[in-house]
Each structure stands twice: as structure tokens, then as C-alpha cells.
Design a protein around this ligand. Structure first.
Ligand code: FAD
Length: 424
């Protein structure tokens, strides 16, 4: 039996949860919405790459959660432990149950620090760092500044991960510093990645390869970090051998930047909402759940095959807002998300290759080519990332102002045939 009931319950007050609440209220100001979110702080995670390069101060990427909660929303400061879509309820960590007519599931993803043996114990010291963590991103910059010679390793786990370009962004910006300081010739740089391509969309690879060559980076494809010994400055990798077999090799390092393996959150993976891989199973266009029509999901936790980025959320949130309200009103979804995501690849301080693409790797540039050529490094893209996008995030996206993100409405046929639902 639900302890409280709302028209809409949103799980997660991250980029996706807050933007969706704001977009819903923008359309229907009196809607009864509750956001379930245990954290007191909201982070602008895209800023952490620049924290790790000494460009942003880490404090600028964090704000009190209360300050981003849209006015009129009920904030339930709890963690969801279980989804019960059959009962139209979520179970909270104190045993309470929150009931809903419509659910938006946006709890992000789980960074699996324990997926690499020894990592958690040494992260943030002994030359072991990660920009995937608010606390350790400044340590990346400290290590980069102090390294004068030796081996610097950058790792990337299996996809999907949030901001697939972030592991190599950390590498390029570190190399750029060593290049400018005249130290790069004394530093052996390695990029160890599980995948078999430098970047998932081929159009951006040539520009990236120019920087790989410039910095003298050794690319080790099909290579997975399995264990780290910080005090001993050693790391172990599973690497491919001829004939498809694998072997474990040990390497020493002076600094290592680790991107941890990533999965759907535990409460999602074990829930009826999950697909076989653990992600919340949605229709890729409407973002409506494929089995529970009164459930929508977006952001890193959903199964849609777009790049898991805040840029994707910027376009997903209005789509969910439109479709959710239609279903609440007894209609079918009509807005369609095209898979847009963006990855500003910071190849050097002051220049970015602005990857923007949708489903199937289709290039979806926001700006005309004459203004910003996305497949080449540009200063304009750096200006956008460092000076414009943080404000777009805090002042527009989280407040329901859908700048360059109007949902595409299909007028001919509904994007999803799921019948409308009546609430409990
Ligand atoms: P999050 O923003 O992570 O929010 C999830 C929220 O859910 C959190 O507040 C969490 O506390 C809450 N939560 C978790 N579990 C529960 C639960 N059980 N119950 C209730 N609440 C829960 N994106 C870009 O667009 N451009 C970039 O350049 C970029 N660079 C990045 C660099 C780094 C280093 C990182 C880490 C990310 C980067 N991203 C970038 C990705 C972007 O930050 C994420 O894709 C985006 O934040 C996803 O939004 P979300 O709401 O799904 O998840």
C-alpha cells in the first residue's frame, strides 16, 4: 500500500530527472510531481573533464540539490530500492512506497569501482586517478602537472559508458600540457581500451588520430584493466593473444587515469523494467517503456542506444514531457527522439572536435559547417564547452527552457502503439 501518491514520480534528481520535471511543469504548472533523490548535491559532470585539466574549479560543478529542484515539486529525500510497476509503486530505502499514475525512471548508471581489483583502495592516491569522480578529478591535474617523465596510462572499459569520449579527453588534455611543457618526449603515453576502435563514429577518428600521432600515444585495443596496485605502481591487463585467447600482462605506471566499468543501477537490473543487459527497456523514439505504458525512462539508465550524455538528456527530456502528458490524458505518444548525443572531444587546451550524432552514428550537427565543422578541431567548440554549455545546463536545461531541443512531433502516425493508461 503506497505511503504517498502522486500524478508523476520521477526517480533520480540528476540531469535527466530535474530537466524532465522542469519540462513537465513548463507545460502543466499544476502537475503533482515528486522526485525521489537521496543526494544533497547536484553535479554538472561534463565539467569534470575540465577540472582534471585545471581549467575549471571543481566547486563550479556542484550545487545544492535544493537549488535545482523546480518550484512546486515534492522532493522525497530517499533512495529507491525496488521498482514495482505492477502496483504502480516504487519502494524506498525506509520501506515506504511511493505510488504514481506515471513514472519517470532516471537514476543514472552505476560506476563499478569494485569491478577492478584494488582500485577503490588506491583511487585518489599513489598516482591513481579518475575524472569520473568529483573528489578525484582535481588529482588528475595535480598528477599531470607533477609528472616529468615515465609512463602514463589511460584506460577505457567496455561500452556503454557515460560520455564515451571522456577517457580519451583526459588523455589528450594531459598530453597537451606535457607537449606545451616540452616533456612529452620523456613520457610514454598508453591508451588501453576494451573496444576495437578509437571512437564509435568513424567520421571523428581521423582528427583524433592526428592527435594520437602528435602526442605519440600507444593505442592498445581489446585491452581490459583488471587490477591495480597503487603503492607498487603496477597494473594488470587482460590482453588478446593470437587465436582469440587472452592473457594477463603486468605494466608499471607513474600515473594511471581509470574510467571504471559501468552498469545499470542494482535496483534497475533486478527490476521488471530491465532488459537482458540490465537497462530500462524503452522504445527508442518515444522513450516509453515497452511493457509498462505508464513508465518512461531517459538518461544514462535507459536502454536507448544513443551516446549516454547530458546533451542527449537535453533532447530526451522534452520528448518524455510531451509523451508522458499525452499518455496521462489517454492518448498515444507523438514526440520522437532521434538519438541525438554529443561528445566534445577536448583534443588540446583551446580546441575541441565536437562530435554530434544520433542513432546509427548519423551525424547531427547543430551548427552549419561554415560556422563549426564538427569533424575538425575548432576553437569555437572549445568556447561553447568552456563558456556556454555550463550556463545552458544550469540556466536553461534544468529550468525547462528547451533551447535547440524542441521535441520532434510525428503528425502522421503515433510513434508507439501502446494504449493510454488510466491511473490506479
Ligand atoms: P545523473 O546525472 O548521473 O543523475 C542520476 C541521479 O539519480 C543522481 O542524482 C543520483 O543520486 C540519483 N539516483 C541514483 N540511484 C538512485 C536511486 N536508487 N533512487 C533515487 N535516486 C537515485 N555529457 C555531455 O553531454 N557532455 C560531456 O562533455 C560529458 N562529459 C562527461 C564527463 C565525465 C567525466 C562524466 C562522468 C560524465 C560526462 N557526461 C557528459 C555525461 C553526463 O554527465 C551524463 O550522461 C548525465 O549526467 C546523465 O544524466 P542522468 O540524470 O541520467 O544521470
Amino acid at each position: 500500500m503506497a505511503t504517498s501518491k502522486h500524478d508523476v514520480v520521477i526517480v533520480g534528481g540528476g540531469a535527466a530527472g530535474i530537466s524532465t520535471a522542469a519540462s513537465l511543469l513548463h507545460r502543466r504548472p499544476k502537475l503533482d510531481i515528486a522526485i525521489v533523490e537521496p543526494a544533497e548535491t547536484h553535479y554538472y559532470q561534463p565539467g569534470w573533464t575540465l577540472v582534471g585539466a585545471g581549467v575549471f574549479d571543481r566547486a563550479s560543478t556542484a550545487r545544492p540539490m535544493q537549488s535545482v529542484m523546480p518550484a512546486g515539486v515534492a522532493w522525497i529525500k530517499r533512495r529507491v530500492t525496488e521498482f514495482a510497476p505492477g502496483q504502480n509503486e516504487v519502494v524506498l530505502d525506509n520501506g515506504d512506497r511511493a505510488g504514481y499514475r506515471m513514472l519517470v525512471a532516471a537514476p543514472g548508471l552505476k560506476l563499478d569501482w569494485d569491478g577492478i581489483e584494488g582500485l577503490r583502495a588506491t583511487l585518489g592516491k599513489n598516482g591513481v586517478t579518475s575524472n569520473y569522480n568529483f573528489d578525484t578529478a582535481p588529482y588528475t591535474w595535480e598528477l599531470v602537472q607533477n609528472l616529468r617523465s615515465g609512463r602514463a596510462i589511460f584506460t577505457q572499459p567496455a561500452m556503454p559508458i557515460k560520455c564515451a569520449g571522456a577517457p580519451q579527453k583526459a588523455m589528450y588534455l594531459s598530453c597537451d600540457h606535457w607537449f606545451r611543457q616540452g616533456r612529452i618526449k620523456d613520457i610514454q603515453v598508453e591508451f588501453d581500451l576494451v573496444g576495437l576502435a578509437l571512437f564509435g563514429v568513424a567520421a571523428y577518428v581521423p582528427a583524433l588520430m592526428e592527435y594520437v600521432k602528435k602526442y605519440g600515444v600507444a593505442l592498445n585495443f581489446g585491452t581490459r584493466l583488471t587490477k591495480v596496485d597503487g603503492p607498487g605502481r603496477r597494473a594488470w591487463f587482460e590482453v588478446p593473444k593470437d587465436g582469440g585467447a587472452k592473457e594477463i600482462v603486468e605494466r608499471s605506471f607513474d600515473m594511471i587515469h581509470v574510467c571504471p566499468p559501468q552498469t545499470a543501477p542494482d535496483c534497475v537490473r533486478k527490476s521488471p523494467l530491465a532488459n537482458a543487459a540490465g537497462w530500462i527497456e524503452v522504445n527508442e523514439q518515444s522513450l516509453q517503456h515497452v511493457r509498462y505504458p505508464n513508465v518512461f525512462a531517459l538518461g544514462d539508465a535507459c536502454s536507448a542506444s544513443n551516446a549516454k550524455t547530458a546533451a542527449a538528456v537535453r533532447k530526451q527530456a522534452p520528448t518524455v514531457a510531451v509523451n508522458l502528458l499525452r499518455v496521462l490524458d489517454g492518448q498515444t505518444p507523438e514526440a520522437a527522439y532521434d538519438g541525438y548525443g554529443s561528445c566534445p572531444l577536448t583534443v588540446e587546451r583551446g580546441k575541441i572536435v565536437l562530435a554530434e550524432f544520433g542513432y546509427g552514428g548519423k551525424l547531427l550537427p547543430t551548427f552549419p559547417k561554415w560556422l563549426l565543422e564538427g569533424t575538425r578541431p575548432t576553437s569555437l567548440a572549445w568556447f561553447l564547452k568552456a563558456s556556454v554549455l555550463p550556463s545552458v545546463y544550469w540556466k536553461l536545461m534544468l529550468r525547462g527552457h528547451e533551447w535547440l531541443a524542441s521535441p520532434a512531433i510525428r503528425t502522421s502516425a503515433p510513434v508507439d502503439a501502446k494504449p493510454a493508461v488510466k491511473g490506479p
